[in-house]
Write a protein that binds this ligand. Sequence first.
Ligand code: BDR
Ligand code: CA
Length: 310
Amino acid sequence: MVQNIIIDTDPGQDDAVAILLALASPELNVLGITAVAGNVPLDLTSKNARIVCELAGRTDIPVYAGCDRPMARDLVTAEHVHGKTGLDGAELPDPTMRLQDAHAVDFLIETLRTEPPGSVTLCPLGPLTNIGTALRRAPDIADRIARIVLMGGGYFEVGNITPAAEFNIFVDPEAAQLVFRAGVPLTVLPLDCTHKALTTRARNDAFRAAGRIGEVVAGWTGFFERFDMEKYGSEGAPLHDPCVISWLLAPDLFQGREINVEIEVESPLTRGMSVADWWRVTDRAPNALFIGHVDAEGFFQMLTERLGRL
Ligand code: BDR
Ligand code: CA
């Protein structure tokens, strides 16, 4: 059965690869892409989302611009990882596709109210501002969302932007708290999983061999892996956001636990920490499938094969 999804995103090279993977997959029907401020400001994320659609030849996908800043805080961006444009590493033409007139939050609410209940899955790949705002403005949509499958947080791997917090949750912890408390079925792909989905020279060579789009992807990974290799001393860079789409396509590649996850919004020291009860030491009810492991070989094989189809 084909799954209807909405990708909420702040591209970002790894977001871009996630979008391409979704567009290459007949099991998924992308109803729309909603852009949010995150890795770079909104004008760039909403432009980059269209660049990626055009790269895939999918000018039919509606792209909406959403919130340009977190619900309660100033925006923090990550040009130090993704470059000035957010998509540094490959030369791509400016988009000719227009942005949709509607605001991303209105599109989310409208779509969830119109489509049959339980038929739309949300895939947030950036700060949760658009989703949190939609849930606050229209709490009735919570019951209509099939599942939220998001990249964010960390438990054993803890933080990548502060010692305690992962970037997407750190940027808008209030929105994340709303999402984690919404009672919607939730799958979380945290750093514990995504730090196992590492590029290597062989994996980049395989992208390049997969054709025109694979070459673009290898350009992107080549750009941002320099930063991650220096930071983590790892062989390559984590492909965070494609894990979300990959979980939808092949959940057997992943392992996790149904646990309780709460978001810290108060402490200045640990703002945006995802407090994951991995060892189930509290009696707080589970609210998320928190993924701790991915079969990296299987993940890269599927990704490379799918990119070759575009
Ligand atoms: C997340 O932050 C962004 O830099 C990436 O696109 C990913 O969504 C990883 O912490
Ligand atoms: Ca992202």
